[in-house]
Unconditional design. Structure first.
Lengths: 599, 270
């Protein structure tokens, strides 16, 4: 094979004399899983910035409603006196959620890390279907363009919330001004789903078919188990969203009336058709979007497990219970969607069933937390940047998990549904949880991606500021929620029940600004280190996983030898060897008695 | 640095609990009234009790796990820990204990909540003769206002003798109030924070909500489901009056309506 040439060239072949065609096929329309992973990574990080700025818009309005936005207000809203208009506010929170969920969290976990890590961690040279893999990335681009252009549809963009509940979303007259924007939004979200489906069949096939010799299912890293189960969730849940998305597009464009009740009059205009049911959309939407909640956290849990075991220098506690709990979350994840609909008008008897299944899904999450803590117990903890972010994931996930119990309890949910309590809950799970895990994973696998290290000192400062500001931002939202503060209101303070909550909202906004500004440290560290970070060898963290036996960065085809696996990835501190780690590819001592006696 | 990071993680349970204690304490500054708003619904206390029950339960777990995480980081800091790594892959006994205990607790919480849920959403108040109590008024939500129609002399809502009011929902105190709630256009949500009442309104569905207010006063009626650009300003008022004041108020409204909209009085209006 051409392993040696791949190793010397890296993924940067013929630097300097590269033709344009070669450049395009290597970096743009590449079928190499690592390049596709990095394409996903950089695209999603860019959208992360967009989503963060949209969040700041929401926070500015909630802290100082109807005031001129400083500096850029006149430029952005010349006709509204530099203010955020109520229409634009609906667009802000709709697009913040849409961007963060569909363009950041899902593609950064499955697209970026799934792509980069799966072949490397199972000892394969690439994905099973490299061209399909490339397509899954390039299907994101029409979605980027559609959603991006929906922003610029005068007078304002899509404003029906990321849940796009009909009839607000399906009746064009319900939200004057969002005619084409809402349709573009629906097409964009549907295309993201198609992209994810292409990715998921690829991941499933690759993990089942292409594992290195000796790598049994129960020797897989938990990252791979999580990616595997996530791909299953996507493969089974996404078709439902795709169907629902098309139905809603047809409702808007062809007046099919799937989600429109008979004789509906909105804004003085009668619906062209009826006979549908608005709740049907909610069932279809949440049948996908609840499993999607787990699509947004399981890979993070997997990566955190790998990082915590590595930096505790100790095997993961309860490997099999961890695998079973991932599977349990996925299985139960399909029968809890109704907990988003307790007060939607759905049969209240059904609410009791969904409450019970929802309570039970907290169980596997609890088991995972106990096992992460068991992993740290008795270890020798190294407080590296990836470890700090992973510990933050555990610490914050406890909060997010516990606050979920409030909403799972149907009577309590009557009061806190659609208040800031739920906003606090899902930001603790998705930002303080998943985003922390993603930061940890970037710091952890960066050396493998680029062959260089990120700066640890700046990494720790980034961690410290993010950790402080995120709690300042999201923790107090629990208190707002307990006070009944509703979400999605452009100006809640004209209600006397909520008028006194403005100072707390101003504090939250200041913390949110601090949090966004702190990410500059990360961005500078990331880009500086890609070009100037210190070069390192194959295994800077002294970790066990297969990916750490490949060159950094791995060349085309990944491995310059045939990896053979002798054990699971968590044998840190094993008494069988002198070092405190025991790579998966290292043959056991009894097979090479001469070598070990020489040492 | 291990000590510093361990202490940072200790701050999570310490400050976390402190914020809740300050917010929940009466007359606490600077977080005065940053807690569940006054409840004025006889059926609402149970929701506050269940909220507090879950708060205490999760609070205990939050403190234990947070402090343990801190202790493990402090004790097993690689720079200071003199002991070798405990080379273990887990314990089946522990796994069973920490699966079964939470499972029992969670199932208990679920079953414990069911009665309150049924009382709120499934057991509509009855008349003395055992029939379900008819609705006092029909609350119709539309972009962006609340249209309220009181049953006239025929005791039925949606009939020609209804009395129509916009945005002011007036009810008598210390009586079981049944309202028929509906949406005329998009989704809305009928949210009375002080009564712990929330019900999404779905066009095309016939829905009811009930409560028993126990204090006279004026309270907020909030739309809690996104209904368009004017969602934020879809404000109504819940006005709780004594029975006599309520009857006077209603007959005044009826008289007003006869003058301003004679067509609505027993005629062929909507």
């Amino acid at each position: 094979m051409n392993d040696s040439s791949a190793q010397s060239d890296g993924h940067d072949p013929g630097h300097g004399k590269m033709s344009i065609g070669r450049f395009v096929s290597t970096y743009v329309f590449s079928t190499d899983h690592k390049i596709i992973g990095l394409q996903f990574l950089f695209s999603t990080l860019l959208w992360f910035l967009v989503g963060g700025l949209l969040a700041l818009g929401i926070r500015l309005q909630l802290a100082w409603p109807w005031e001129e936005m400083p500096i850029i207000g006149r430029m952005l809203f010349p006709t509204d006196g530099g203010q955020i208009s109520p229409e634009f506010y609906t667009t802000l929170f709709t697009m913040h959620a849409t961007v963060m969920i569909f363009f950041v969290i899902i593609p950064i976990l499955a697209g970026a890390f799934g792509n980069f890590l799966i072949p490397l961690m199972i000892g394969a040279d690439d994905m099973a279907f490299p061209t399909l893999n490339m397509l899954s990335y390039w299907f994101m681009w029409p979605a980027f363009i559609l959603i991006g252009s929906s922003f610029f549809q005068a007078p304002y963009g899509a404003g029906a919330g990321w849940t796009s509940y009909p009839p607000l979303s399906s009746m064009v007259t319900a939200a004057p001004g969002s005619e084409s924007a809402q349709t573009l939004w629906l097409m964009g979200v549907t295309l993201v789903g198609v992209s994810s489906m292409m990715g998921s069949v690829n991941y499933l096939t690759t993990i089942i078919q292409m594992r290195a010799p000796g790598l049994t299912m129960f020797r897989l890293p938990l990252t791979i188990w999580a990616m595997f189960i996530t791909a299953l969730l996507q493969a089974f849940a996404l078709p439902v969203l795709t169907a629902g998305g098309f139905m809603q597009i047809l409702d808007r464009e062809l007046a099919t009336g799937f989600f429109v009740p008979e004789g509906l009059v909105v804004n003085n205009s009668t619906a062209a058709s009826g006979g549908g049911q608005p709740l049907l959309w909610q069932h279809l939407f949440w049948f996908y979007s609840h499993p999607a909640v787990y699509i947004m956290i399981l890979p993070a849990m997997g990566m955190v497990s790998d990082i915590i075991s590595c930096f505790s220098r100790k095997p993961i506690y309860g490997y099999k219970p961890m695998v079973y709990s991932i599977s349990g979350i996925a299985g139960l994840g399909f029968i809890v969607w109704g907990h988003h609909m307790f007060i939607s008008g759905m049969n209240p008897g059904l609410g009791m069933v969904f409450m019970t299944s929802t309570m039970l899904i907290a169980l596997p999450s609890a088991v995972k937390v106990f096992n992460w803590m068991g992993t740290v117990w008795g270890g020798r903890v190294q407080f590296t940047t990836p470890m700090l972010f992973s510990l933050a994931f555990v610490s914050m996930f406890i909060i997010g998990g516990l606050s979920g119990i409030f909403m799972a309890a149907t009577p309590v949910d009557i009061f806190i549904h659609d208040t800031y309590f739920i906003v606090a809950h899902f930001h603790y799970v998705l930002f303080a949880g998943t985003a922390m895990a993603v930061f940890g994973a970037i710091y952890f696998w960066f050396p493998k991606m680029f062959g260089r290290m990120m700066n640890e000192k700046w990494g720790k400062l980034h961690f410290f500021l993010t950790f402080i500001f995120l709690n300042g931002t999201f923790y107090l939202m629990h208190i707002l929620g307990a006070a009944g503060f509703p979400r999605r209101l452009a100006d809640p303070y004209h209600y006397k029940t909520f008028a006194h909550l403005q100072p707390m909202n101003q504090f939250i906004t200041v913390c949110a600004i601090g949090m966004v500004v702190s990410q500059i440290i990360f961005a500078v560290n990331l880009f500086y280190s890609i070009f100037r970070g210190p070069k390192i060898g194959r295994n800077p963290w002294r970790a066990n996983g297969l990916e750490w036996s490949a060159p950094s960065p791995p060349g085309h085809g990944n491995f310059d030898f045939q990896p053979i696996v002798y054990r699971g990835p968590y044998e840190y501190g094993s008494p069988e060897v002198d070092e405190d780690y025991y790579p998966q590819i290292k043959p056991p001592p009894e097979q090479t008695p001469a070598e070990s006696s020489e040492d | 640095m291990g000590r510093f990071w361990s202490l940072l993680f200790l701050l999570v349970p310490v400050l976390g609990v402190l914020v809740f204690v300050v917010a929940a304490a009466p007359d606490s500054r600077p977080l005065l009234d940053h807690w569940l708003p006054d409840n004025i619904n006889d059926h609402g206390y149970i929701i506050d009790e269940l909220f507090n029950f879950i708060l205490y339960l999760t609070g205990v777990i939050f403190i234990i796990t947070g402090v343990l995480l801190f202790y493990f980081l402090w004790r097993y800091d690689g720079e200071r820990n003199p002991d070798p790594v405990k080379f273990t892959h887990g314990s089946q006994t522990l796994e069973i204990i920490w699966s079964v205990l939470p499972a029992i607790t969670l199932l208990f919480i679920a079953i414990y909540q069911m009665d309150a849920w049924a009382a709120h959403k499934m057991r509509r108040p009855l008349l003395e003769d055992g029939n379900v109590k008819p609705a006092l008024a029909l609350v119709s939500a539309r972009q962006f206002e609340w249209r309220i129609s009181y049953a006239g002399e025929d005791q039925l809502v949606g009939t020609p003798d209804d009395v129509h009011v916009v945005n002011d929902l007036c009810v008598p105190v210390n009586e079981d109030i049944v309202l028929q709630v509906q949406s005329q256009d998009v989704l809305h949500s009928f949210f009375l924070p002080n009564l712990r009442i929330k019900q999404d309104l779905v066009p095309g569905m016939k829905q009811f909500s009930w409560f028993r207010p126990n204090r006279v006063g004026i309270y907020d009626l909030v739309c809690a489901e996104l209904c368009g650009w004017g969602h934020y300003k879809m404000r109504g008022r819940l006005i709780v009056k004594s029975r006599e004041d309520f009857d006077t108020w209603l007959s005044e409204r009826a008289a007003e309506q006869r003058v301003t909209h004679p067509a609505l009085d027993g005629g062929g209006g909507e």
